[in-house]
Ligand binder design. Structure first.
Ligand SMILES: [Mg+2]
Length: 165
């Protein structure tokens, strides 16, 4: 896969709650691999909020299993995953796909049945597309984010403009 194809998600939604779970289910998807920072909650939060708890409950009720796939250091992301009651892959090294592979193994799920979901092209989308698994980008949870992500956003904007997504 060339790098431009790898930067384009299969679908983009405004938020997690806009993802058509029933359609994914019909397409054979069973497992959601979730980024945390600015996808499931505020950037660099240490505890999940209602938004995250409600979404995890929603996907469970829809019959999906899910796993956090985070680049964050293990203490913070595994703490969040514990509170949400879901497994977690820490130090995922996105945009490399190894964290996705580890999550697929952990969840005992073939890649055809998994969906990577995240808010950033240069980490989540590329990791998902390289794996490759079906990849969904959501708009960031909040405009507040850490400086090194802020630095990447103009380049991401350019990629989205060229790729039309
Ligand atoms: Mg993120």
């Amino acid at each position: 896969m060339n790098i431009f194809a790898a930067m384009k998600p299969n679908a983009v939604y405004k938020s997690l709650y806009d993802i058509p779970l029933e359609t994914l289910k019909e397409e054979g998807k069973t497992c959601l691999l979730l980024d945390f920072d600015n996808t499931l909650g505020p950037d660099h939060a240490t505890v999940p909020d209602k938004y995250a708890f409600d979404f995890i409950e929603k996907v469970r009720n829809a019959g999906f299993i899910c796993c956090l796939v985070s680049n964050a250091k293990s203490s913070r992301s595994s703490g969040i995953a514990d509170k949400l009651g879901i497994p977690c892959v820490t130090y995922a090294h996105k945009p490399r796909p190894d964290g996705v592979y580890r999550a697929l193994k952990l969840m005992d799920t073939p890649k055809e049945n998994a969906v990577m979901i995240g808010d950033q092209v240069f980490t989540d989308v590329i990791a998902g597309r390289l794996a490759p698994v079906y990849t969904i980008m959501v708009e960031k949870y909040s405009s507040k984010e850490i400086w090194y992500v802020v630095l990447k956003r103009p380049f991401e904007k350019l990629v989205r403009l060229i790729g039309r997504f």
